[in-house]
Ligand binder design. Structure first.
Ligand code: NAG
Ligand code: NAG
Ligand code: NAG
Ligand code: CU
Length: 482
């Protein structure tokens, strides 16, 4: 069947801007419930450098990040089978939006380690780590795991295996950004942090494949120097670390025993939280001395709140301070009966995350390998700025439902701009993005039509080789030449 004309979609870069933002793991969700900024999270105490990549793949910081050996007071309560989401932010205090710069392309993983007490210090680096989730490069969509975080508001999802033994665990989301891995010397950038959890479970499994972190990789691990700019990339991406543990694959078991969380629970009487700080109601009072003593108590707690805040900020400390101001004003006005109700000073409830949507957005697109059919879809030209946005959803839509005869071109990094061709035209099951050129701006005026039959009618060849032939064909030569 002769295929009709096919529209080319071109997505060009806007003004290239240098993006220097890195990323940090700041908070996590249990079945969609936000545990709070920095709550039960081990992260760097250095506000200026909390988003920086780790200095070395062999550093003890690889376990839970800078300051990752410092346990924090809170421990989140999780049940076997719960779905978790880890939030990554460019700006740890969320003062500006963004999760990770689109130039930061690479795989993600989530590890766990069973410990005696996840709030205790000095239990992160060393062996015992097993993997529960990994996601590298999705050749159907041409996206790295880190790129999927962007339209997903920075959320990386993982499910706690159903059969794990109960107890305290550290949970470690890991991002590897490879945009400097091809350089000399190579600079693979790791971003990690740890969530402190207590797992309630009737299971008894002990995952068999554990590794030491640091130790599980070195600079000679192939993934550390993987060149994401290779044309074409040398796929499949060489995964690293142990295979992911899936429920039912453990041969070792602990004696199943009921365990109850005793460490890291929200303390009784905690009326307001910020990171791992809790505010407690000052004692009630009925006279001037009591009033000023409550005011003083409140202020001391406010100071503790600010001092303990860290990179995710002191948003709720301001709420607490407003409450203290109310007490002080009451004392000044001779209103010696209190404390007042705190309800009007409480921060807004944190929105629930729709885990179904988060998980769906992070899943690879299904590929189908059906026979080529007549091309009919047309889509319009799109513009996006790779320094600040991901490939627009409309482009993904263009290649997804209307697969036939639709090709998407886009620039994929500001740091090293290139034109990339994503599959359309029933080429969806092969190696995806094929970088074509390293010069910027070349696509601006390229909006043209071509015969899809040029690359889908050559029976006897695999689609991949037809696609590659097509890429090498004269149609693209002028582009390469520019
Ligand atoms: C504030 O008062 C409460 C209630 O009496 C008490 O538990 C707490 O220790 C006091 N905090 C400070 C910092 O004085
Ligand atoms: C959650 O997301 C799913 C998938 O996008 C959607 O079908 C569902 O309606 C959403 N649920 C809520 C409560 O918004
Ligand atoms: C992919 O296919 C599987 C099996 O056919 C199905 O269960 C799953 O829902 C599909 N996922 C998407 C994102 O379409
Ligand atoms: Cu960075």
């Amino acid at each position: 069947m002769r295929v009709s004309h096919v529209k080319i979609v071109i997505l060009t870069a806007g003004a290239a801007q240098l993006a220097s933002a890195h990323t940090a793991f700041t908070n996590f969700f249990v079945n969609g419930v936000d545990q709070g900024d920095g709550t039960a999270v081990r992260m760097s105490n250095n506000i200026q450098q909390a988003t920086f990549p780790l200095s070395s793949v062999t550093s003890p910081d690889m376990a839970c990040g800078v300051n990752g050996e410092n346990g924090v007071s809170r421990v989140a309560s999780v049940n076997a089978g719960d779905s978790l989401a880890f939030e990554w932010r460019d700006w740890p205090d969320a003062s500006q939006p963004g999760s990770i710069d689109p130039s930061h392309k690479g795989p993600c993983a989530v590890y766990m380690k069973k410990v005696d007490n996840s709030a205790a210090s000095n239990n992160a680096a060393g062996d015992g780590w097993f993997k529960i989730m990994e996601d590298g490069y999705d050749s159907t969509t041409g996206k790295w795991c880190t790129e999927k975080l962007i339209p997903n508001d920075g959320h990386l999802a993982a499910t706690i295996p159903q059969d794990l033994a109960a107890g305290y665990y550290l949970v470690r989301p890991e991002l590897l950004a490879l945009q400097q891995a091809d350089k000399t010397p190579p600079d693979p950038q790791f971003y990690v942090g740890c969530a402190q959890i207590f797992l309630s479970s009737s299971g008894s499994a002990v995952p068999p494949n554990t590794v030491s972190i640091p130790g599980y990789i070195s600079m000679s691990t192939p993934a550390m120097t993987f060149d994401i700019y290779d044309q074409p990339m040398k796929l499949p991406f060489p995964d690293f670390g142990p295979p992911s543990y899936t429920a039912g694959s453990s041969k070792r078991e602990l004696e199943a025993r009921a365990m109850t969380q005793t460490i890291g629970l929200k303390p009784d009487g905690c009326v307001m939280e910020n990171v791992n700080w809790c505010g407690f109601m000052p004692s009630s009072y009925t006279d001037e001395t009591g009033c000023y003593s409550a005011s003083q108590n409140c202020s001391v707690q406010a100071t503790d709140c600010y001092n303990s805040a860290g990179p995710t900020g002191s948003k709720n400390c301001f709420n607490w301070e407003d409450f203290c101001t109310q007490i002080r004003n009451d004392c000044g006005a001779g209103k010696y009966s209190g404390p007042p109700s705190i309800s009007s000073f409480m921060p807004a409830a944190l929105p629930k995350l729709n885990m179904t949507a988060v998980v769906a957005a992070s899943e690879p697109m299904n590929s189908s390998d059906s026979a080529p059919t007549e091309a009919s879809s047309t889509v319009s030209m799109e513009t996006y700025n790779p320094a600040s946005t991901a490939m627009p959803a409309s482009a993904a839509v263009a290649v997804k439902p209307a697969r036939q005869g639709c090709v998407v071109l886009f620039m994929d990094t500001a740091a090293r701009p290139r034109t990339t061709v994503a599959r359309g035209a029933n080429l969806n099951s092969e190696t995806a993005l094929e970088p074509l050129s390293t010069s910027a701006g070349i696509c601006d005026s390229m909006d043209t039509s071509f015969e899809a039959a040029d690359f889908i009618s050559d029976a006897g060849k695999s689609k991949e080789s037809r696609f590659n032939d097509w890429l090498a064909s004269s149609f693209f030569s002028p582009v390469d030449a520019q």
